[in-house]
Design a protein around this ligand. Structure first.
Ligand SMILES: [Zn+2]
Ligand SMILES: [Zn+2]
Length: 335
């Protein structure tokens, strides 16, 4: 049996499967790119051929244009195909709509490239499916024991209670535009919030795409240019970078919040001027990372994307072979 490293390895152009002649989540234009999900640090434009779930393709086309790759080929979850002798399957990752782990089998070894993932339930995407494998490639965004995300329902109640206590103030909440924003809306709807939710126009395109792809998000409205267009007490979602900028001043005295796994770190919330930190993450926390790795029964764990050192060290203590994969172009854009 060929060690997985002999046919799948990191290159300056991303993780490369030599046996199948394709890259996974390549950072620059590749001949054949298999894409785990639509976040920009995984899905780039300019590939000759893209293989991804239909939702990921729709997200890429919304962001980069219909012709942002030479060809797009949609693949369904759990319907394996063969590329150059490598068996390939896309399996739900529970991270955002359309997100997938990519399962590769060749030479008697199975490798799971999990992309980004979480184990907490998310009403906007299919739940993570654990797959037993020889090598598990894991992210490490929140790979420190301090990161424990907790139930999202508690954070949603925190927001609803704040709005009930201060009914005249606009609540301005920062949320990443792909995944977090739409999950936050959906969670609020499930919790019974039925008023219109206002969006910064940078969040509109992908939110409308989620709606077109069948997600019921209730009534969403775009914040108009005129200062008086948004009623007192409204809930406004915006990109995190807009919380403190000129755009936000039109609302006057607001309660500002930020929905992110990073909000577990109090100093970080304070530093960003966030009054209402909401610990809502689309990534596995420390416990979920370790439990998931154990569940895969992988002998080897390749760690990327965040706190590689801490996770590699911990896995070593647990008697597993683990190493950091140095991949370029991956960053924490979607906590
Ligand atoms: Zn992501
Ligand atoms: Zn990522």
């Amino acid at each position: 049996m060929a060690a997985a490293e002999s046919w799948l390895y990191p290159t300056p152009r991303g993780l490369y499967c030599a046996a199948g002649k394709f890259h996974v989540d390549p950072p620059a234009g590749a001949e054949r790119a298999l894409i785990t999900h639509g976040h920009s640090d995984h899905a780039r434009s300019g590939h000759a051929n893209v293989l991804a779930t239909a939702e990921t393709i729709a997200i890429m086309q919304e962001r980069y244009g219909a012709r942002s790759a030479g060809t797009f080929q949609a693949v369904r979850y759990d319907e394996p195909l063969v590329i150059g002798g490598v068996r390939v399957a896309f399996v739900p990752a529970g991270h955002i709509l359309g997100s997938a782990q990519i399962v590769l089998e060749w030479g008697g070894k199975r490798v799971v490239v999990s992309g980004d993932y979480k184990r907490a339930p998310d009403p906007t995407c299919a739940p993570f499916e654990p797959v037993k494998c020889d090598v598990f490639v894991t992210e490490a965004t929140f790979a420190l024991p301090v990161f424990h995300h907790g139930p999202v329902e508690r954070e949603i109640q925190k927001l609803l209670q704040s709005m009930a206590r201060q009914p005249a103030r606009i609540h301005l909440i920062g949320a990443y535009g792909l995944g977090k924003c739409q999950r936050l809306i959906k969670l609020l709807r499930i919790a019974g919030y039925d008023r219109p939710i206002w969006l910064h126009d940078a969040l509109a395109g992908l939110t409308h795409l989620y709606q077109r792809l069948g997600q019921d998000l209730g009534e969403v409205r775009i914040v108009p240019d005129e200062a008086d267009g948004v009623p007192a007490g409204a809930l406004v979602l915006c990109p995190p970078s807009s919380i403190g900028d000129r755009w936000a001043r039109r609302f006057g005295d607001t309660v500002t919040g930020f929905a992110s796994g990073w909000m577990r770190v109090r100093g970080r919330a304070r530093q960003q001027g966030v009054e209402l930190p909401l610990v809502i993450s689309d990534h596995a926390d420390w416990t979920e990372l370790l439990e998931t790795i154990v569940e895969t029964e992988a002998e080897d764990v390749w760690v990327t994307h965040g706190r590689e050192d801490a996770l590699v060290y911990q896995l070593g203590k647990m008697g597993r072979r683990a190493r950091a994969l140095s991949l370029v172009g991956l960053d924490e854009d979607d906590g």
